[in-house]
Write a protein that binds this ligand. Sequence first.
Ligand code: PGA
Length: 253
Amino acid sequence: MRKQIAAANWKMNLTYQQGVALLQTMVSAEISLKENHIAVFAVPFPYLEMAVDTVQHKKNYFISAQNCSDKKSGAYTGEVSAEMLKSLTLDYCLVGHSERREYFGESNLMLADKVNLCLLNGITPIFCCGEALQTREQNKQNSFVENQLKQSLFHLSKDEILKIVIAYEPIWAIGTGKTASTEQAQEMHAYIRSVLKNQYGESFSDQISILYGGSVKAGNAKEIFASKDVDGGLVGGASLLASEFLEIIRALK
Ligand code: PGA
């Protein structure tokens, strides 16, 4: 059974004190997750250790970084390595969020290095992909996303690809209040799964969780997650409010 995942992406929001309060509310909430249901919180680097401590006794809650370096270690001022994340006992790391690609020039090939370093350190990469509005208007979204997957992931072995979570986030739906329709999301998720199937075979592609991201909120999560190939969501804005994100976790199928 595929893991169904509600992943919060706090981005560069909340002070430390606000972060502590939000996580404590999430931990003390009455919520019982099914065996294959997982909640992940991608918090800013300085909050990681606090976050790991806060959720450690809560079943199926995990902490994620929002990024890591594509370099192993050394003279890279301001960077944070996958090995450092591992030393904080982190389980997940976002890789290739569209904001990283767009504002920090992250290329598919650089992201392949980040994926490798995460795996080397036992961290599950949540690999983000997705097209801009212009690409969708030209109806080139499938080949665009396929290329992102090929260049960043398809050097991985079958065993390694099973350790990846994919998040499809159409850029035009991120933070805009515009969600892809359930049909558009399901269509792309099925396409991603077919690309994975061609490369790795059905028994592998069937096991990989593919999350949808882009203006997921309490009010639309259930409908989006209900689609066959949608295995939960990566949630920005709505993850900053405990009541919203709890509803999103409860919407996992
Ligand atoms: P949003 O962000 O939910 O605010 O659209 C999603 C994301 O960027 O991961």
